[in-house]
Write a protein that binds this ligand. Structure first.
Ligand code: NAD
Length: 468
């Protein structure tokens, strides 16, 4: 059984205590996660502060080259990382699983490497010259969730190091091993101390957001934890990027062809077994085509092979952890007790592992927990509506605001409605598609700040205005 180490100041550091990381497909131990102490965290922050002195002064070209070298390392070890990710996360190697995630990690890394934040001349005339410069902030603390751990680690780390910051990352205790390996690879091409990893229970995350040596936190996870990070970061006035939970609505207009949209709707909702922040989590379908859309979804969903992620035939895997699994079971039971009709799935699968089949729930509405709360699992509630104005209000009547979509043959009409959704990303005839050149972030309770593209990069800098 491999015992993993922390990585601090470019070196592997053994922890005194470890915790088992288990495969959600079968409960077997995948590896031993080191449990960092607060002294380890202090050492990681101190190493990152020392490295900041030189890394922040390195030239843009050097930092770009380093980020591309990281991308190349990830490519070289993609299959190894994908397998480790599948073992600890449960997602299949195939489909929109681990190999897809590793592809995303590389795409984001290379795209972000090439971004620039050049000095801006705000004024150059007889009255003087004013320049706006972007400078690195300091040590960035990164806390990541368990759903897309490798890709999200790259979303946090690469813009930070590209702009001259140094990083201490803490992955989720559910999926720490692939991040430790990723940071190990990064350390093969970066100077010591630029990227450090500490792992452990949630308390290490709490210690990071309060740590006086950390100048910015980038956090991806639930809204409840995001609030705690924001509160504890207040004491030291840290800069913050918070990417939090979502409860995205999709609205299907009456003119769609149900057969044509079924695949897009399914993957919008069930990507990564629904364990995706910007997955489609509430589907509103016009009364006139409600039954046809439900039937088309069930027909499509029925054919998706669910199984152990290492099996090349699997397209969806188990729910990642017991807490999430229980939540999914509870929400479906609650919907059933409230008169919902389960069209497909609806019961946990027999046998080992946290398997829950793709589940489509009809005749459910706002006010039921499955609709109002983020299910974060392989269950889609399909809700009937009759009036477009009313359904836009219902879609917006939720504290979350991550994504939303409108489905129609009339693209212009769909765009008009999509722009009225209270969310950071809106899609027409698709859901959840994100890309490194398009800023991404939540409104309302779904987050603070943006990731990706130049807007995302700016969040890792402070502005300095130079009057000369
Ligand atoms: P979570 O909030 O339980 O945990 C996220 C991370 O926070 C983990 O590393 C955890 O150890 C750490 N943590 C826990 N308590 C902490 C504390 N008090 N202080 C600091 N850190 C602490 O979230 P999760 O269950 O791992 O992830 C699922 C959630 O993440 C969902 O709500 C999902 O929508 C959200 N998410 C959002 C995005 C986005 O980009 N908006 C992306 C992926 C996931």
């Amino acid at each position: 059984m491999e015992r993993y180490d922390l990585i601090i100041d470019g070196k592997r550091v053994a922890a005194e205590h470890h915790a088992e990381v288990r495969n959600p497909s079968n409960g077997e131990v995948v590896g031993l996660m080191p449990l960092a102490s607060s002294a380890h965290l202090d050492a990681a922050v101190e190493a990152a502060r020392r490295a900041f002195a030189t890394w922040s002064m390195a030239g843009d070209e050097d930092r770009k080259a380093a980020c591309h070298a990281i991308g190349a390392k990830i490519a070289e070890h993609a299959e190894e990382l994908a397998r480790l990710l599948t073992l600890e996360q449960g997602k299949p190697l195939n489909g929109l699983g681990s190999r897809f995630e590793l592809g995303g990690a590389q795409a984001w890394t290379h795209h972000t490497a090439d971004l620039d934040l050049p000095m801006e001349i705000l004024q150059a005339n007889n009255e003087g010259r004013v320049e706006l410069h972007r400078k690195a902030i300091g040590v960035v603390g990164s806390i990541t969730p368990w759903n897309w751990p490798v890709m999200i680690a790259c979303w946090h780390i690469i813009p930070a190091v590209r702009t001259g910051n140094t990083v201490v990352i803490k992955p989720s205790p559910n999926t720490p091993l692939s991040t430790i390996r990723l940071v190990g690879l990064m350390n093969e091409v970066l100077p010591a101390g630029v990227v450090n990893v500490v792992t452990g229970e949630n308390s290490i995350g709490a210690a990071m957001s309060a740590h006086p040596g950390i100048s910015k936190m980038v956090f991806t996870g639930s809204t409840a934890t995001g609030r705690k990070v924001m509160a504890s970061a207040a004491e030291t006035l840290k800069r913050l990027t918070l990417e939090l939970g979502g409860n995205d609505a999709g609205i299907v207009l009456p003119d769609v062809d149900p057969q044509q949209v079924a695949e897009g709707l399914f993957w919008g909702a069930f990507i990564n077994g629904g364990q995706t922040c910007a997955a489609l989590k509430r589907l509103y379908v016009h009364d006139s085509i409600y039954d046809e859309v439900c039937d088309a979804l069930v027909e499509f969903a029925r054919k998706i092979p669910v199984g152990d992620g290492l099996d090349e035939a699997s397209i969806l895997g188990p729910v990642q952890n017991e807490m999430q699994f229980r939540k999914v079971c509870d929400l479906v039971e609650d919907a059933r007790a409230n008169g919902a009709r389960i069209l497909l799935g609806g019961e946990p699968s027999a046998g080992a592992g946290y398997y829950y089949p793709p589940t489509i729930v009809a005749d459910v509405s706002d006010g039921v927990r499955l609709v109002d709360e983020e299910q974060f699992g392989p269950v889609l509630p399909v809700i009937r509506y009759a009036d477009i104005e009313e359904v836009i209000a219902r879609a917006n009547d939720n504290p979350n605001g991550l994504g939303g979509s409108v489905w129609s043959k009339d693209i212009e009409a769909a765009k008009r409605y999509a722009l009225r959704l209270e969310c950071g990303s809106a899609w027409v005839n698709k859901h959840g598609a994100i890309q490194p050149n398009a800023p991404f972030g939540g409104v309302k309770n779904s987050g603070v700040g943006l990731q990706f593209a130049a807007d995302g990069l700016k969040e890792y800098t402070t502005a300095q205005t130079l009057f000369c």
